[in-house]
Design a protein around this ligand. Structure first.
Ligand code: PHE
Ligand code: FE
Length: 288
């Protein structure tokens, strides 16, 4: 789940005051479970050696390889024992403050619908495969679990400080599209990457995108694309370091410092960047 635009202001019919709805697991059809299984099999084959250790450990610990769309109740029980997080269903996108409040209380909001069988490669709205396969394994990691809870609290603050766009970019370039450096080389952990067949290959192997060392101010000023592969990935040295930097930094003065500065276009490389790969941007040029 990412937070972009929100159409509704109040919870729709059948949703609770906190916007949650029953997952209604028993309503999934055999075809829908089969779509999950196909997506799962394809990613599970691709991810060893590409996804971070933390992600792969989470996938294992949560038994997501069981056939069919996971039952959120059952999944939450396992996750609760590991890191105290739960997974709750919501009807698509929810308002920012609702999203942040759930997160700050260790509840991960997930869509309960699954993409159609002819949409295996791409969907615009996050479905249960993106939300659960993409996000939930990282929540089984104690450090990342703390990061996301802190992010939820940070979201409330950013709303007050008028810096939602800046904080949202941090989410985008870590939680959704982050890379991490491990002993074996670069690895993917962002949910938007690990849940996508094409981007799991592209993010690590393609000569097109830039890969740049993570820098908080830089990331918060950088635009992103929501409709195609990224032109820019940021690499964190470790999850501990990401947690340390974000929790120890008071973002209020940081926002004040960067809010007047211009946004950085997606493919730009700046003099101060720790460039890991200078991308050719061939892919993006071909799509323009
Ligand atoms: N330290 C941030 C603040 O002062 C909160 C935060 C923590 C944001 C972790 C993101 C991730 O607002
Ligand atoms: Fe997401």
């Amino acid at each position: 789940m990412t937070k972009e635009t929100h159409i509704l202001e109040r919870p729709p019919e059948g949703a609770a005051a906190d916007w949650t709805i029953p997952q209604q697991w028993e309503r999934y059809t055999a075809e829908e479970h089969a779509t999950w299984d196909r997506l799962f099999a394809r990613q599970a084959k691709l991810l060893p050696g590409r996804a971070s250790q933390a992600y792969l450990r989470g996938l294992e610990a949560l038994e997501l390889s069981k056939s069919g769309i996971p039952d959120f109740e059952e999944l939450s029980e396992r996750l609760m024992k590991l890191t105290g997080w739960r997974v709750v269903a919501v009807p698509g996108l929810v308002p920012d403050d609702v999203f942040f409040d759930h997160m700050a209380n260790r509840r991960f909001v997930a869509g309960n619908f699954i993409r159609r069988a002819d949409q295996l490669d791409y969907i615009q709205e996050p479905d249960v495969f993106h939300d659960v396969f993409g996000h939930v394994p990282m929540l089984a990691d104690p450090v990342f679990a703390d990061y996301l809870e802190a992010y939820g609290r940070g979201g409330m603050r950013a709303l007050d400080l008028g810096a939602l766009k800046q904080l949202g970019r941090l989410y985008w370039y870590t939680v959704e599209f982050g890379l991490v450096r491990e002993a074996g080389g670069l690895r993917i952990y962002g949910s938007g990457i690990v849940s996508s067949f094409g981007e799991s290959l592209f993010a690590l192997d393609d000569p097109s995108p830039n890969r740049i060392g993570f820098d908080m101010r830089r990331v918060m000023r950088t635009e992103y694309r929501i409709d195609d592969f990224q032109q820019n990935y940021f690499v964190i040295p470790s999850f501990e370091e990401l947690l340390r930097q974000t929790v120890e930094t008071d973002f209020a003065p940081l926002y004040e410092e960067i809010l007047p500065l211009p946004d950085i276009p997606v493919a730009a490389i700046l003099p101060g960047d720790a460039v890991i790969t200078r991308g050719t941007q061939e892919y993006a040029k071909g799509r323009a």
